[in-house]
Design a protein around this ligand. Structure first.
Ligand code: SF4
Length: 367
């Protein structure tokens, strides 16, 4: 079993997974040949580890990401241009600001057409089938259209932390993450920069990018935009944050439509990529992986969330029941969410998910 630092288990949504490495993840790590056979500092780098690396590469060589087919026909570039044109009167997300981002205007998300990126790194704190042994290739985009008051990445999403980058630089980041061995390209908070991501993906595909694309989103996505991404995204990784529009309104800047829009988005994502099943090496290559962050005082409406998933999607839909809530950013100004989750609250959430009939749960924390 490798030594995994607390820092390495910081999830891309910002929540610490490492504070309570759950039985599900531990079992996965123990069963994963790559983890179980590596990696004492005394292991010979020229024998066992290299053999494993070669085997992994061989297994993944059979995989072809969805976007390659569209790249070969020229359709990928066309889709990127189609998304780009939407920025002239921006309706990329449910805010539908109708500002002309191409002329430099900024909408609610505070993004113009100028691409801003905070970081790109291998990330070891995502769900185990995404992080694997060599990390998920995360690219954190600056700004956000949802703007939750408890956002742990608020410096990036609210505060605009990041640097202006070109499409070519974004493509180079993707290629770099592939070169250093990451298992996927994981675009974090992608919605407002979806045109840039698709156009850069086309550039990177021309230069040999072959990793699956993970669309790591808050879940509040318009179906019309998701249809443009059909055949481009390999793994959808959406949140399902709230069952109650009043909670979304209060804690996510007036996004009262969150439940209804997210439910429609999840159905469309599932239609495109289906149930998430890891490949034989334990790494996810395609499918829908839902995240539900359990919040104090049932603000997230967990019982309704899991019951809706069980009633409307296959029972073996991958659902990560997240225990990592911490009161960050402005959360202390809201009494109901001004404390961490209790053990009982998380236990209730897991029980509700099981009682609803969900069979593919990623259970973490102090369950
Ligand atoms: S992506 Fe930004 S500008 Fe466009 S509709 Fe959403 S919040 Fe408004």
């Amino acid at each position: 079993m490798p030594t995994l630092s607390r820092k390495k288990f910081l999830c891309s949504c910002g929540y610490l997974i490492g504070s309570g490495l759950g039985t599900g993840m531990l079992a996965w790590l123990a069963n994963c040949r790559e983890h179980s056979q590596s990696k004492s500092a005394n292991d010979s780098p020229t024998t066992k580890n290299n053999t494993l690396t070669n085997r992994t590469i061989k297994m993944e060589a059979n995989f072809e990401p969805a976007y390659l087919k569209l790249h070969r026909t020229g359709e990928l570039k066309k889709r990127g241009q189609q998304l780009w044109e939407i920025m002239r009167s921006c309706q990329l997300c449910p805010r539908e600001c109708e500002v002309n981002r191409i002329e430099g205007e900024e909408g609610f998300c505070r993004a113009s057409a100028q691409l801003e990126i905070s970081s790109h790194n291998p990330h070891f704190g995502e769900e185990a089938p995404l992080s694997g042994r060599r990390g998920s290739g995360t690219i954190f985009f600056t700004n956000c259209g949802l703007r939750c008051v408890f956002c742990i990445n608020w410096e990036i999403s609210h505060g605009g932390q990041g640097a202006v980058r070109s499409l070519d630089e974004l493509a180079q980041m993707m290629l770099h993450l592939q070169k250093i061995g990451c298992h996927n390209i994981n675009v974090v908070t992608p919605t407002h920069y979806s045109p840039h991501i698709v156009l850069a993906l086309d550039l990177a595909a021309a230069k040999g990018l072959r990793l699956p694309l993970v669309y790591n989103t808050c879940g509040w996505e318009k179906v019309e935009i998701l249809k443009i991404l059909d055949g481009i995204v390999d793994i959808y990784l959406p949140d399902f944050k709230y069952a109650d529009g009043k909670m979304a309104d209060k804690y996510s800047a007036g996004a009262e439509t969150y439940p209804e829009i997210t439910k429609a988005a999840l159905l469309e994502m599932h239609r495109q990529v289906g149930v998430a099943k890891p490949a034989s090496n334990g790494i996810m290559q395609r499918g829908l992986m839902i995240r539900h962050l359990v919040m104090p005082n049932n603000v997230s409406g967990t019982k309704k969330v899991v019951e809706w998933i069980a009633a409307n999607l296959p029972r073996d839909t991958y659902v990560n029941i997240m225990s990592q809530y911490r009161p960050m950013h402005q959360a202390h100004a809201y009494p109901d969410i001004a404390r961490p989750l209790t053990r009982q609250e998380y236990s209730n959430a897991v029980r509700w998910a099981k009682e609803a009939g969900l069979t593919n749960l990623d259970i973490q924390g102090f369950w």
